[in-house]
Design a protein around this ligand. Sequence first.
Ligand SMILES: [Zn+2]
Length: 64
Amino acid sequence: MWTPRFSGKLESMRNPEYVPLICTLLAIEVAHLRWIIFTQWRCRRCASPHIDCGCKPNWIKRLL
Ligand SMILES: [Zn+2]
């Protein structure tokens, strides 16, 4: 039966050893999304990428 093996797999997923790994992957993903926002999104006023834009909204400045 697959059920005991599946639940055993879930049990190992809850192993605390995975928590730092998951946190690291989340941090990498957040940094990646920030990089995309700053380099790929363009400002509506000055048409510069947000990384070069001087008039970006405060919420974007806070992300820096
Ligand atoms: Zn701008």
